[in-house]
Design a protein around this ligand. Structure first.
Ligand code: NCD
Length: 362
């Protein structure tokens, strides 16, 4: 009997490890596709059969609320099966190596691993151990590509509204020259890095606002427009204020004199928001620590789009999973209309025909 390694039963798939791999064109494609999933999310039954028969495994070797639930919701709304494991609920807790665990789960026929880990590079390592798709759901201080994509989707929505346009009629040209301040613990933030890479690719002008002790040792490879330690100096000149959490679990507390001084210099208070343009938005990846990086009342302002970011996270992750796991026929028809997403009939979604391929500048 010939033994066929279980892992070769499915063709190798591509993975999403860094948002930089997408380029402007890839980001634009994810955003266009997300529009369909936003619409599906508003339906009474927000579910489509697009990935029926596929299985997505979430492997979270670091705590998470929104990212894991968001990926699992996204997979289920595409009718994929979901298996989920954490060190507490798997043999990882008994000392099995991550490699053995991944290969064991792959042998069961999983199509995609969604991986979060406290160490940078683990999702890329997993992608070398298996031919299945791997999505980086946050690795150490390195990257969080789907967070950047959902943030771009949220910014695009806000900019479309500001311009009185339908979101679906806009492309990534909206990002050209957009002024974004990324504020706080940049050094320890995978969210900051992925956002800077994505926004930079789309032509936005990103300014990092942080004390020197919370900036990366080198900004080589960070496409930023400027760096400053003075938050008050930039507030009047930005379209987006992106607030980061102080990553105390990564030792960030040791890089600031005290929480009180950090908040005094970098906390987004109502007084600071009052200096921003009326239509400038406030973003935060969550979890927010109210009273530290963002004041309680600022967290609840209409211009603070945190819950929109969360809602868009599901649609964007549906788009990513569909792009990685959809069949070639489904993806080909995605370029023409949304029939593949909706189970084979293009139905009333003809507006997708108007989408231009490669709306990005990349
Ligand atoms: C972030 C993360 O874990 O990287 N949260 C998230 O995924 N939305 C940011 C953070 O923990 O501060």
């Amino acid at each position: 009997m010939t033994t066929v390694p279980a892992d070769v039963l499915h063709p190798p798939r591509t993975s999403l490890l860094s948002v930089a791999d997408l380029g402007a064109e890839g980001i634009a494609r994810v955003l266009r596709l997300s529009d369909h999933f936003v619409e599906i999310g508003r339906r009474p039954i927000p579910k489509v059969p697009a990935l029926r028969g596929r299985t997505v495994a979430t492997v979270f070797v670091e705590p998470s609320t929104r990212t894991r639930l968001s990926f699992e919701t996204a997979a289920r709304r595409l009718s994929a099966d979901v298996v989920s494991f954490t060190p507490d609920t798997s043999s990882l807790g008994k000392g099995e190596s991550l490699r053995d665990t991944v290969q064991t789960v792959a042998a069961m026929g999983v199509d995609c691993f969604v991986v979060r880990h406290a160490s940078a590079g683990v999702p890329a390592q997993v992608a070398r151990w298996t031919s299945r798709s791997v999505v980086n759901a946050g690795d150490g201080w390195h990257e969080h590509p789907t967070q950047a994509l959902l943030d771009c989707a949220t910014i695009r929505q806000a900019l479309a509204e500001r311009a009185g346009l339908r979101v679906a009629d806009t492309g990534v040209e909206l990002f050209d020259g957009l002024r974004v301040a990324v504020v706080g613990d940049v050094a320890h933030s995978r969210v900051a890095r992925s956002n800077v890479l994505a926004l930079g690719a789309l032509g936005a002008r990103v300014t990092l606002v942080a004390p020197g002790s919370l900036l990366p040792g080198s900004l080589a490879g960070w496409p930023v427009h400027g760096v400053t330690a003075d938050l008050d100096a930039v507030l009047g000149e930005i379209d987006v204020c992106y607030v980061l959490r102080l990553q105390t679990e990564r030792g960030a507390g040791a890089f600031v004199p005290s929480l009180r001084e950090y908040t005094a210099g970098y906390g987004l208070t109502a007084r600071r928001v009052a200096r921003m343009a009326g239509d400038a938005i406030v973003m935060h990846p969550g979890p927010m620590v109210r009273g530290v990086e963002i004041a309680d009342d600022v967290a609840d302002l209409p211009r603070t789009v945190v819950l929109r970011q969360v809602a868009n996270g599901v649609a964007v992750r549906m788009a990513v999973l569909f792009l990685l796991l959809g069949s070639d026929e489904q993806l080909a028809s995605d370029e023409l209309g949304a029939g593949a997403i909706h189970g084979g009939s293009a139905g009333a979604r003809g507006s997708a025909h108007a989408e231009k391929r490669g709306a990005g500048r990349g």
